[in-house]
Design a protein around this ligand. Sequence first.
Ligand SMILES: NC(=O)c1ccc[n+]([C@@H]2O[C@H](COP(=O)([O-])OP(=O)(O)OC[C@H]3O[C@@H](n4cnc5c(N)ncnc54)[C@H](O)[C@@H]3O)[C@@H](O)[C@H]2O)c1
Ligand SMILES: O=C(O)C1=N[C@H](C(=O)O)CCC1
Length: 257
Amino acid sequence: MTDEQEKSQAEPVRVGVLGARGRMGVEVCKAVDAAPDMDLVAMIDQGDWLFNASDAGAEVVVDFTTPDVVMDNLHWCIDQGISAVVGTTGFTEQRLERVRGWLARKPGVGVLIAPNFGIGAVLMMQFAARAARHFESVEIIEQHHPRKLDAPSGTATHTARLIATARAEAGLGPVPDATKDEVPGARGAEIDGVRVHAVRATGLVAHQEVLFGTTGETLTIRHDSYDRASFMPGVLLAVRAVRHRPGLTVGLDALLD
Ligand SMILES: NC(=O)c1ccc[n+]([C@@H]2O[C@H](COP(=O)([O-])OP(=O)(O)OC[C@H]3O[C@@H](n4cnc5c(N)ncnc54)[C@H](O)[C@@H]3O)[C@@H](O)[C@H]2O)c1
Ligand SMILES: O=C(O)C1=N[C@H](C(=O)O)CCC1
């Protein structure tokens, strides 16, 4: 362990939260505030000055904002030498590549981007990836609260990509489907060959089913977040780890093994 790592284990991590007045941001501020090994030093929302975070000496910034502002926030954090934990959605492979480029110029900085910080959701994605090669058919049904800005969810997109990779590695062909879309959208969106259906309803928080089918049987893998508190153990785990993981980490998987 380096001197810096020993010091950082003894002293509370100084954390800033971006999107602090949002549904997730409020929950993150509460969780960080309650963690004995963390100090909440900056709460920043739209219209506030990002420099409040660096002025307050934030060592880690947690971003739950919106897909249209998250890249600027992240670029700024990396430039300032501040590590970041990002839950905001909208990360395409091109965006991840840009983040890697910024990080290449700041070798000590860590960024962890996860489409879902729920431990159960991470396991659901792992189980789905494992099941994928054994089933001819697969569809994803994600269900969220109606104030969610994006569809399909980041979790559904990530799951579809994992499944597509597993199917390709197993040499599976396209999912069989003779149906003609009489009404556009009736069969959902297609991500890497996997159909994804997005449901929005009051009362929901964040839920996903992955439905697999093969001859004579189906398998459903389902995860439900009933409360945003479900994301907090994953967020705190990432805050504790990110400064010791320079470069880009995608997903929480590596921290759970
Ligand atoms: N990874 C996960 O586990 C996870 C879990 C829940 C939500 N999310 C994602 O997190 C994001 C936020 O979700 P939410 O439900 O909290 O949304 P929200 O709309 O309630 O909150 C977003 C907040 O960001 C603020 N904001 C906008 N621009 C800003 C800027 N430039 N700087 C600072 N703050 C800014 C808004 O004012 C708002 O308060 C979404 O992309 C959502 O999909 C991810
Ligand atoms: O509430 C949201 O918005 C959520 N967004 C993430 C996604 O898009 O996958 C994670 C679940 C909650």
